[in-house]
Design a protein around this ligand. Structure first.
Ligand code: HEM
Length: 121
């Protein structure tokens, strides 16, 4: 186990992410605080989005070639209430998927570094 192993690798890579994606996806779409942002997003795109989202949040491989976080959320004018909802769904999904509390703390700390890039864009 290398010292640089990311949480993404530790959880089992892309396959393990799939389980979390399904849980997270259901929670996000069931939540009126945030589901409106995804109303024009089709299922296929949604799944890809969530997989990228989680890979990004978990420090996955540098295979992500999409927009910067500021660019990806440009024009959405996301506010703290939306941010908190997403982070809460992420935390609950990781917990349900059996990820340990220590790893969840690490993930939430990492995601927090993206906050300024994502809000008010
Ligand atoms: C927790 C931190 C977040 C991360 C790591 C994240 C990650 C991403 C990624 C990787 C993309 C795809 C960009 C691309 O394909 O070029 C994206 C797009 C998007 N994000 Fe986020 N995001 C976060 C927070 C949020 C929040 C708080 C909301 C709204 C409640 C949101 C709503 C969206 C929407 C609507 C899209 C576009 C989906 C589409 O392509 O139709 N994101 N995000």
């Amino acid at each position: 186990m290398s010292q640089s192993e990311s949480i993404y690798e530790k959880l089992g890579g892309e396959a393990a992410i799939g389980a979390v994606v399904d849980i997270f996806y259901k929670k996000v779409l069931a939540d009126d605080t945030v589901n409106g942002f995804f109303k024009d997003t089709d299922m296929e795109k949604q799944r890809r989005h969530q997989t990228k989202f989680l890979s990004f949040a978990l420090g996955g491989p540098a295979q992500y070639t999409g927009a910067s976080m500021a660019k990806a959320h440009e024009g959405m004018n996301l506010q703290p209430i939306h941010w908190n909802a997403i982070v809460n769904h992420l935390t609950a999904s990781l917990r349900e998927a059996g990820v340990g509390e220590g790893d969840i703390d690490t993930i939430v700390s990492h995601v927090a570094t993206l906050k300024d890039d994502i809000l008010n864009k």
